[in-house]
Design a protein around this ligand. Sequence first.
Ligand SMILES: *Cc1c(COP(=O)(O)O)cnc(C)c1O
Length: 338
Amino acid sequence: MHLARFNPVRFAHLPTPLEPLPRLTEALSGSPGGGPMLWIKRDDCTGLAGGGNKTRKLEYLLGDALANDADTLVTQGAVQSNHVRQTAAAAARFGLACEVILEHRTGSDAHDYNRSGNVLLDELLGAKLRTVPAGTDMNQALAELAAEVAERGGTPYVIPGGGSNIIGALGYVECAMELVMQANELGLEIDRIVTATGSAGTHAGLVAGLAMMGADIPVLGIGVRAPKDVQEANVFRLAQDTADLMGYRERVTREMVVADCDYVGEGYGLVDQGVIDALALAARTDAILLDPVYTGKAMKGLIALSRKGAFDGETVVFLHTGGAQGLFGYQTVLEGRL
Ligand SMILES: *Cc1c(COP(=O)(O)O)cnc(C)c1O
């Protein structure tokens, strides 16, 4: 677990705060067993052009890109991708070009969805964007774009969607270490961590880091896209491969990977009233700004499970993975429903 060996570059604002959520805890105390005691790990405050969970991954990915003398970061995401925004920001910070393929995954033709929020910030940060239809083979499109950059004489560095490979996941191995250290200093016994889980790097890095430390803290991933079996398989594979990089593959077991994908609703990036209610409750209790695609859905799950008594008596840390910049891409969806 000697992460310096992977030569991350440092630009994130770390450690991120670990804070109690007293008003949200109170709002969810109505279950017969009293509900959970809620804390929040503020990875929305990682500081890179709005911050979010991709920043920690990018510290390791940029380290690798610079070691490989890359001059262009190449990546992909959905139109309102927070990963793309943070990658565009990291490219600017290091004087690299950034070429992006955005997948029109939700099918929304709303002006704010296609032009505001993260898209506006991508352009402000100088990324070159191109958009492809939903269902495009994004890995192939990414390989083609990288070949195009190389043909022009550039040196591309390909970052997969969400920055979720074994190098990016190291950022969440580091987060697991940081969180456990903070909890130890505070005398806080954590019973569970709850996080949104998408391209899997965050969830996998946390599971791998906690397993390698022997911290024995379960992680519940709330899915935002894939069904449970697919999501858990993706997370497990990446968690094992990440631990393997440090020689601890066998410490990650299949039971450590748990995803609840019952809160996806209509699909990736599609917002229902449960998500809107979660956004409003987090904002109106502890003034936490969540996002419509990931943390709003994870909070919708956390609220529903808390009300069902699933976390009674537990100290639960909600990992805030960021994304509030995406709110402005959903203005027309949210207006009048808050
Ligand atoms: C990308 C993202 C996630 C999901 O993280 P993965 O590592 O892709 O699973 C969660 N929340 C926000 C705000 C994100 O942008």
